[in-house]
Design a protein around this ligand. Sequence first.
Ligand SMILES: NC(=O)c1ccc[n+]([C@@H]2O[C@H](COP(=O)([O-])OP(=O)(O)OC[C@H]3O[C@@H](n4cnc5c(N)ncnc54)[C@H](O)[C@@H]3O)[C@@H](O)[C@H]2O)c1
Length: 312
Amino acid sequence: MSKISIIGAGSIGATTAFALLQKGVATEIILNDINQEKALGEVLDLIHGSSLCKPCKISLGTLEDTANSDIIIITAGLAQKPGETRLDLVDKNYNIFKSFIPTLAKLSPNSILLVVSNPVDILTYMTYKLSGFPKNRVIGSGTVLDTARLRSLLGKYFEIDGRNVEGYVLGEHGDSEFVAWSELSIGNIPVKSFSEQFNIEWDKETENVIATDVKNAAYEVINRKGATAFSVALALVRIVEAFLGDEKSILTVSTLLEDYLGVSNAYLSVPTIVGKNGIEKVLDISLSDEEKVKFINSANLMKEYIDSIDNK
Ligand SMILES: NC(=O)c1ccc[n+]([C@@H]2O[C@H](COP(=O)([O-])OP(=O)(O)OC[C@H]3O[C@@H](n4cnc5c(N)ncnc54)[C@H](O)[C@@H]3O)[C@@H](O)[C@H]2O)c1
């Protein structure tokens, strides 16, 4: 039995519900949204196809209906408007999150809170503060999506299965994220040796092009279809599966760091082991000096927002 509640039934919430239904990982899915009509439309659409999938009860729900969820996925929130600073956005989202996080936490005291809304690292920290949950049960989707994009793009570049790429995008889910190239391998072979073995061009410039493509992936999609949805939903299903199946999978979710490469009290993405307790372990990773600087830079960017949340 697994009950998953999704707060926010927009592009990501609805597509995630669809992906969860198709994968058969939940026995109950609740969709909650302030736009009840739109959410009901999504629920009905899902219900109509549900007899083609493993049994799963799908409903439109109030916050109370989310009680005793195993996982609550939070995709609600406001996007930045022209002329608005990110701090303004943090203030607005603080009020929105305050309207549901304490209630959700009280109704599902043993759940995992999985935050997706952007800026995800900051809103996950906010959720951690508002919920009073231990840090292992408040997770941001972080750079799981960006890491998937990296592996997919490298898979395409080298014409291999992207699942055989062992490498990560770390730091903020946003402009300061970076690829940890120093540790990246394909089938356990360092990427440079792999490229030499198959006589495929590989240099610093190729690295930069791929890292930039990963970073700009969302913009490329949003500019054409308005929002990203499929890839995000698949990344969320991956995290949910790791938790529900107690898989101990290594995923770059956003986690509260304590004394990690000199960073404390900030949510950022690093490789972590995800299982039934949420974040079970945070892995140490050896980064080059240049990558360490990028990581600290991501953390420094969080500081102003964290201070503004801590002072509320
Ligand atoms: N972390 C990631 O990897 C990632 C990737 C893409 C998008 N996102 C973020 O996910 C969020 C959702 O994106 P989207 O494209 O689905 O947006 P969307 O606008 O389509 O959906 C957001 C939904 O939230 C609902 N909502 C607003 N306030 C609410 C409240 N108080 N209670 C319940 N529902 C509420 C809205 O009615 C809307 O249906 C955005 O913040 C986006 O930036 C994150």
